[in-house]
Design a protein around this ligand. Structure first.
Ligand code: FPP
Ligand code: MG
Ligand code: MG
Length: 345
């Protein structure tokens, strides 16, 4: 059983397909002759010796594993395109996914005024706000060119929709932030836009690039990514209450301090209506944060958040298991769903 766990470890199994993604992006996809733009755009794609700056690359891992799992599945017909061509385009998709994600982080850290990211200074701390925004725009531009070169308009539409959703999610968060009070449904919708859409649409695009797959497989890829994404963001929001700056590579209790009511607070408010005024004023008054922490503790808000994440992780597993016949790569996708819920950073 132990050997099996190792064999189906998603990060180990995808290593041959993703280990040099940062290098490819940094060396081949985002280089420019302007020295400042060049170093800003490549900031997270040139990992230093201690491996910091690279991130978990969970999106490329998902794209490559789903690509392999479709190839392995006995119930999926052979692609009518040459295998090497399909692989190259899916690998480029994985790179595009990471570029879009990194662009959104450059912008996000400016909006949130975050000092650190992935255990190092945030891009705007290193290059200033203006260059961080422009470098994010530049990454998006380069990602768009790469996307167009895949010569698949359905994939272009999918991945462009992601960019719209990222912006929409961020705006919804700022709007929530203003009113202070968010319902669980609105919160989950925002999580879809800001996190799950990228995972859903990049998994779906991996299926579209392969071609010759049933609508059922395309939908399963989308649903897998979507539910992993929702689970991933729920855990992110739970970890904000549990983790330390050292374990997260970014400040803890950042959401409460920013006035955001995430799932643990929303659960707590169901039993403690006295929390609602504090949420509405973005926890700005003396004692608001302490009150929120006390209510969350009493109502097990963090545990309930993780439980909701586990439900979404299971939906992700169901989607992939019912659409694809078994293989090590399919099983590693199931493992990944578990890992998302168990992670501590
Ligand atoms: C991280 O969330 C942020 C995102 C997932 C999306 C950010 C999107 C934008 C800034 C819109 C602009 C989009 C593009 C494509 C340039 P977080 O702040 O909750 O997480 P964190 O704790 O990791 O900072
Ligand atoms: Mg942020
Ligand atoms: Mg943010």
């Amino acid at each position: 059983a132990r050997l099996n766990t190792l064999v189906n470890d998603p990060f180990q199994l995808s290593r041959p397909d993703v280990h040099d993604i940062s290098e490819t992006i940094g060396n081949d996809l985002v280089g420019t002759d302007h020295p400042v733009l060049n170093s800003a755009a490549r900031y997270f794609f040139t990992p230093n010796e201690d491996g910091k700056g690279k991130g978990k690359q969970v999106r490329p891992v998902m794209v490559m594993l789903i690509s392999r799992a479709m190839e392995d599945a006995a119930n999926v017909e052979k692609s009518h395109l040459p295998a090497a061509h399909v692989y190259k385009s899916q690998r480029r998709l994985a790179e595009i996914t990471e570029m879009i994600h990194t662009a959104s982080l450059f912008h996000d850290d400016v909006i949130d005024g975050a000092d650190t990211r992935r255990g190092q200074p945030a891009a705007h701390r290193e290059f200033g706000n203006k260059m961080a925004i422009l470098a994010g725009d530049y990454l998006l531009a380069r990602a768009s060119i790469c996307l167009a070169r895949l010569r698949n308009v359905d994939v272009v539409e999918c991945m462009s929709t992601v960019i719209e959703h990222l912006v929409r999610g961020e705006v919804l968060q700022i709007k929530d932030n203003r009113t202070g009070v968010a319902d669980m449904e609105g919160y989950l919708r925002k999580n879809f836009y800001k996190t799950a859409s990228l995972m859903a649409n990049s998994c779906k695009s991996a299926a579209l690039l392969r071609g010759n797959v049933s609508g059922e497989v395309v939908d399963a890829a989308y649903l897998y990514g979507k539910h992993i994404g929702v689970a991933f963001q729920l855990i992110d929001d739970a970890l904000d209450f549990e983790g330390s700056a050292a374990s997260l590579g970014k400040p803890a209790l950042a959401d409460l301090n920013a006035g955001l009511s995430t799932a643990p607070v929303l659960f707590a408010a169901e039993n403690h209506p006295e929390l609602v005024p504090a949420m509405a004023r973005k926890f700005k008054e003396q004692g608001d944060i302490q009150l929120a922490l006390k209510c969350i503790e009493e109502t097990e808000g963090v545990r309930r958040t993780k439980k909701l994440a586990a439900i979404h992780a299971e939906k992700a597993m169901d989607a992939i298991v019912s659409a694809l016949d078994p293989s090590p790569h399919r099983d590693s996708l199931v493992h990944l769903a578990c890992r998302v819920v168990d992670r501590s950073r």
